[in-house]
Design a protein around this ligand. Structure first.
Ligand code: IMP
Length: 432
C-alpha cells in the first residue's frame, strides 16, 4: 500500500500534529524524516497534553510503530527526556520506536555553536530554536558527523569517537570565541544514553520497505513547513533540512513512487516564528488578537509567534511544490470572532502582480500583499454539525485559490474537533 505524506505548507506550526494524530488512527507506521528537536508538536488526548519534539505523535496509538528516519538530526539527551515523559504518562512505547542508524546526532557542542552563531549574527539573526540543528547538518554534509548507528559500536570505540569529535569541535568553538565542551562529561553522558537507546536503533529503511511490501499503512510526518525548507523556503531565513515533500524521499529512504497521497496542512491564517519575510504579517491589534485566540506561542521555545492573514500566494507555491492531493485546514475556530477576514490573493511588486513566492529575498521583502476582504461568520464553528455559510464560503475560497479540495477541517486542540469532508463525517463528540 502506498504511503501518505503530511506536509506543513506555511512557516511551520500549522497544526500538523493534530492532523497526524487523526490520520494515524489508520496507520501502522508513522515516520519523521527531517529536522530534530526544533519541532514542537502538541496533542491533547482526554485532557492530557503531550508535547513532542522528536517522537512522532503517532506513538499515542498502541498499534503504531514510530520511526525516526535517516534524514533527522537527533539530540539523544532530548530523546531520552521525551521517552521519560512517555513513561511518566504511561504510554507503552516498547518495540514501537525505531531510530535510523543513518540519522545524525545533535551533539552538545552543536547546541552551543547554534546559540553562539546566532549571537554573532546580531541584527541579522535567523531566530533559530537554539537546538543545534544547523551545526548538526553542517557536520553531516561536511562528512564529520556522528550517526545514531555509531551508538551501536563497542563501548571503547564509541567513547573514542565521541572524545575525538568533542576535541575537534572544541578547536572550532575556540575560533568562534565560544567556551569548550568538557570531554569526559560529554563522553559519560552520551555513553549512558547510548545504553538506553541502542535497542531502538536499526536500518529503518528495511523496516519501511518491508511494510510497503506487506501492504501496511505508512504515514510520513513532515516537521517545520515548506517556507522554511532549506532549498525552497525564504532563504536564508529557513531551517537546515528539506521540510517539503522531497525531503520525505531522501529522509525516510522511500522511493517517490511509494507516496500517493500528500496532505498539505494550512492554518486558516498564517504565523511565523523567528525572523525573515512574512508578507501578510499583522503587527497591530489584529495580530495580537490572532495570537491570543490561537494561543500562538512556540511549543519548543515559548516565543510569541508573528501572526497575519492567510497568504494564498505562499499557499499556492507550497501546493505546487509538494504536489498536494488534499488540504487539511486547521484552527478555523480562531477566526470565529472576526467580523472581517482578509485573504492575500496576490503580491504586488512594483508594476508586477506575483502569484508565487519569488526566490529573491530582496524582491520578496519589497512585495506588498493584495487582499480581498470577506465578512466573518461571528459565531463558533465548533457549535453545530454544519459550518456557518460564511465559514463554508471561506473554505471554498481557499480551495479555489489553491486549486485543491479541503478534506479535513480542524477546529480546536481536542482529538475529535475535526470535520472529515471525505467521509462527510463529523465526530459526534464535539462539545455543543
Ligand atoms: P532552526 O531550525 O532552529 O535552525 O531555526 C531556523 C528557523 O526555523 C527559525 O526561524 C525557527 O524559528 C524556525 N523553526 C524551526 N523549527 C520550527 C518549527 O517547528 N515551527 C516553526 N518554526 C520553526
Amino acid at each position: 500500500m502506498p504511503a501518505t505524506l503530511v506536509i506543513g505548507c506555511q512557516w511551520g506550526d500549522e497544526g500538523k500534529a493534530k492532523i497526524v494524530d487523526y490520520l494515524a488512527r489508520d496507520a501502522e507506521y508513522v515516520v519523521r524524516f527531517q529536522g530534530g528537536a526544533n519541532a514542537g508538536h502538541t496533542v491533547v488526548v482526554d485532557g492530557t497534553r503531550f508535547a513532542f519534539h522528536l517522537v512522532p505523535a503517532g506513538i499515542l496509538y498502541p498499534h503504531a510503530t514510530c520511526i525516526l528516519a535517516g534524514g533527522m538530526v537527533i539530540d539523544p539527551l532530548a530523546l531520552s527526556s521525551e521517552l521519560d515523559m512517555l513513561t511518566e504518562k504511561r504510554v507503552d512505547f516498547q518495540g514501537r520506536i525505531l531510530i535510523s542508524e543513518q540519522a545524525h546526532v545533535v551533539m552538545p557542542y552543536h547546541i552551543r555553536m547554534d546559540r553562539g552563531m546566532e549571537a554573532r549574527r546580531g541584527a541579522s539573526s535567523i531566530g533559530t530554536t537554539g537546538r543545534g540543528i544547523t551545526p548538526a547538518y553542517m557536520d553531516k554534509v561536511g562528512r564529520r558527523g556522528v550517526r545514531m548507528g555509531d551508538f551501536l559500536r563497542p563501548r571503547a570505540s564509541f567513547e573514542k569517537l565521541i572524545a575525538d569529535r568533542v576535541r575537534e569541535n572544541n578547536r572550532a568553538m575556540k575560533a568562534l570565541g565560544l567556551p569548550a565542551v568538557p570531554v569526559a562529561d560529554t563522553v559519560h553522558a552520551l555513553s549512558e544514553v547510548a545504553r538506553k537507546i541502542a535497542p531502538f536503533i536499526t536500518d529503518t529503511r528495511l523496516v519501511l520497505w518491508s511494510a510497503l511490501d506487506r501492504n501496511k499503512r505508512v504515514l510520513c510526518e513532515g516537521a517545520q513547513g515548506t517556507l522554511l525548507d532549506v532549498d525552497h523556503g525564504t532563504y536564508p531565513y529557513v531551517t537546515s533540512s528539506s521540510s517539503s515533500a522531497g525531503g520525505a524521499v531522501t529522509g525516510a529512504g522511500l522511493p517517490p513512487s511509494a507516496i500517493d497521497r500528500v496532505v498539505g496542512i494550512y492554518k486558516a491564517y498564517c504565523t511565523r516564528v523567528g525572523n525573515g519575510p512574512f508578507p501578510t504579517e499583522e503587527k497591530g491589534k489584529t495580530g495580537d488578537l490572532l495570537r491570543k485566540i490561537g494561543n500562538e506561542y512556540g511549543t519548543t521555545t515559548g516565543r510569541p509567534r508573528r501572526c497575519g492573514w492567510f497568504d494564498a500566494v505562499a499557499g499556492r507555491t507550497a501546493a505546487r511544490l509538494n504536489g498536494i492531493t488534499e488540504i487539511a485546514l486547521t484552527k478555523l475556530d480562531v477566526l470565529d470572532p472576526f467580523s472581517a477576514i482578509k485573504v492575500c490573493t496576490g503580491y504586488r511588486s512594483g508594476k508586477k502582480r506575483l502569484h508565487t513566492v519569488p526566490i529573491s529575498l530582496e524582491t520578496l521583502t519589497r512585495c506588498r500583499p493584495e487582499y480581498e476582504e470577506r465578512e466573518g461568520w461571528n459565531r463558533s464553528v465548533a457549535r453545530d454539525t454544519e459550518l456557518p455559510d460564511k465559514a463554508e464560503a471561506y473554505v471554498a475560497r481557499i480551495e479555489s485559490l489553491l486549486d485543491c479540495r479541503v478534506s479535513l477541517i480542524s477546529m480546536g486542540p481536542e482529538r475529535l474537533a475535526v470535520i472529515d469532508r471525505t467521509h462527510k463525517r463529523r465526530p459526534a463528540t464535539i462539545s455543543p
